[in-house]
Design a protein around this ligand. Structure first.
Ligand code: ADE
Length: 239
């Protein structure tokens, strides 16, 4: 998979590409990431990327020409999805991350200032994504969130492939609690069942805890599920 990022501050993104899963999956050839500076597609001496809004008002707008020029260069094979990062976009979810991970080429466009000339959205953007209901100073951090979330679901990203698909949200439930050694930390004990070696009981305990946790913290997620009477009883008790 190939991901290109078009940004005014590529230096925000570059260091994260050199660490952890993002680095490993690139080294292994599962992902190719390039981060570009939008100013490289300007044609004037001052490398101008923004201009005043028609109609007046505060804030500057990203000019269309450098973005169109960059889009043409980066999408030479013309099969890319153009994703614009904006708080006006569709809120990012794990199913969206998994769907995006199946694409061959994504071009992420990071907004800055007051926004981008609307014609960019009309002409090239195929999807607008928000990473949450708050406003960042630019799309770079949002692009990094998407890069990271996609990288970890690509085949070969995690040593244990299962763990990406068993964590919070992958089954529409939050994850169950986890413990490691010691079994007793100053009187705080690990639940007995986890020490029992009884795999069926452990599996059941984890499922019940995931249900309880979801009921307590994100009851909205349960609305999407068809729960059995037994599961409903657990949920109602946990609330
Ligand atoms: N740019 C600024 N805020 C953003 C957000 N919440 N999501 C995506 N891009 C953004």
């Amino acid at each position: 998979m190939k991901m290109d990022v078009l940004a005014l501050f590529p230096e925000i993104i570059a260091p994260a590409l050199q660490t952890g899963i993002l680095k490993r999956i690139q080294d292994d050839g599962g992902l190719s990431v390039n981060v570009y500076n939008l100013r490289d597609w300007t044609t004037d001496k001052h490398k101008t990327v923004d201009d005043y809004p028609y109609g007046g008002g505060a804030g500057m707008i990203l000019k269309p020409e450098p973005i169109f020029a960059a889009a043409e260069t980066l999408n030479a094979e013309s099969d890319a999805q153009f994703i614009f990062l904006t708080p006006q976009g569709i809120p990012l979810t794990q199913p969206m991350v998994e769907a995006l991970s199946l694409e061959t080429h994504l071009i992420l466009i990071c907004g800055r200032y007051k926004g981008v000339d609307e014609r960019v959205r009309e002409k090239i953007v195929t999807k607008e994504i928000s990473i949450g209901d708050y406003v960042l100073s630019g799309g770079e951090i949002a692009a990094l969130v998407i890069l990271d979330a996609i990288a970890r679901v690509l085949p070969g990203a995690l040593g244990d492939f299962e763990s990406a698909h068993e964590d919070s949200f992958s089954k529409d439930l939050l994850d169950h609690p986890h413990y490691t050694r010691p079994a007793d930390y100053e009187g705080l004990k690990v639940p007995e069942v986890l020490l029992s070696g009884h795999h069926d009981n452990i599996k059941k305990w984890r499922y019940v805890e995931a249900l309880k946790r979801t009921a307590q913290r994100r009851p909205d997620l349960l609305k999407e599920l068809e729960l059995t009477d037994e599961e409903l009883a657990i949920v109602n008790k946990a609330k």
